[in-house]
Design a protein around this ligand. Structure first.
Ligand SMILES: [Zn+2]
Ligand SMILES: [Zn+2]
Ligand SMILES: [Zn+2]
Length: 92
């Protein structure tokens, strides 16, 4: 695959945790989330496509550029800096 993202060095985590309770920031404030993503640098679970957009806020605040989907059956990653989706470590 072409090197469409130049931030792959920031990836520390590939797999989701066994249990994802939800957006940790929404849980803290009693909010609701729509789509979950996991930061692939530190494991932060945040929402996106929802009013608070905690995943993108985390990326901006922490400088962690890449998050993967934490939705069942989805394994794509997203780079907030390049604004591009791709698969990491896909072996088929
Ligand atoms: Zn990138
Ligand atoms: Zn949230
Ligand atoms: Zn992070």
């Amino acid at each position: 695959m072409a090197a469409i993202c130049t931030h792959l060095d920031s990836i520390e985590l590939l797999q989701l945790p066994e249990a994802v309770a939800g957006c940790q920031d929404c849980l803290a404030i009693g909010g609701r989330w729509v789509h979950l993503r996991m930061c692939q640098t530190c494991g932060h679970i945040g929402c996106d496509s929802s009013p608070n957009r905690h995943a993108s806020k985390h990326a901006a605040a922490s400088g962690h550029p890449i998050a993967r989907s934490a939705e069942p059956g989805e394994d794509w990653s997203w780079c907030y800096l390049d604004e591009v989706a791709f698969l990491v470590g896909a072996d088929g």
